[in-house]
Design a protein around this ligand. Sequence first.
Ligand SMILES: [Zn+2]
Length: 350
Amino acid sequence: MLRTHLAELYLMSATDMFLDAQPQLDRAQLSIGYQFADFWGMAAACNSTETAGSIRVDVTITQKCLENLSADLDLDDESVNAFFEWRLNWLAWHEISHWFLGHIEFYRKMRWLSDVGLCEARMTGVRAAPVKPEDVRHPLAHVAELEADAFAVRRLFHLMSQIPQNDAEHGDAPGDDLQYCYYTVMTTICCFFADGQGLGDGPFHPSWQVRSLNVFTSLFGAYLERIGVDPKGLLGGDVSGLRHHASRFMDTGIQPVIDGIEYYARSLGIDQRIHGDDGDGLFAPGALLDVFTGVEDNAIVAQYLTLLRAHKDLVSRTRRARLRHGHDGEPAQIQTGPWKRPGLIGGSNS
Ligand SMILES: [Zn+2]
């Protein structure tokens, strides 16, 4: 089947790109494999087995997820199936980062792993860790998802930045890369919510709104890096510089693709909460500025900032695994830039 065949191809190249970006990883010791599963109830999962001298990372992706990831694409047409490739790249990097950042070992310790490992989306039909009624949300699991999302967002934006623009008119304007990246990531995350059980949070996963906001801020951080702006220089009382960049980011990179994301969500039947008009799902500059400046007026922003504050805890609980995996020990920040106000989001290099 063309879909599965292309997926295999794209996932193998996603692995290569991941390994190329982490030259410290020993390719002889580490193997990353993919399986396609027939059952539904989750989109994808990641597991790992480590023995002396070898590490195996297993990524499982359901056929239903592959279908959703290509629902709007004619895979015979090479000019459009790039989105299938990019979605799979982002998904693969999200999954592999669960291993790389020590999440899987942390989950194992917490007895949160299901039969197939750390799962994306709902786990109906998949035997997962029992969740006690008094403990139905695991904030650090939510933080791990946000961290994996941010990791993969940055990698994808970086990849898109390296692809030369065909259209000379655009030069190296980052707007196009932002559009491709935002569209790709948001439509992929749609697939995690495509089982019709609503867009709220679950025991292990943040809500659609919180994930969206995290993608939004992570991408903004990557964008500032790309245009050579140090977010630190933007802070300190006056937010006009930040506001300027935020509105350029919105106008050139985000706004043009929001309709497309809504259209895609509608095709999966999950458009009920996705509209950006109320700043609830696809975010407006106001929410972005609130995150940066720590204003918690918006409930989603407040929830997001609470999770960011817990990030330090996840980093310290996974530090040993991260270092063992060849991660540089630097916290893989949920947001890219060091724009935190002291005491607000926690130390950046703790
Ligand atoms: Zn995940």
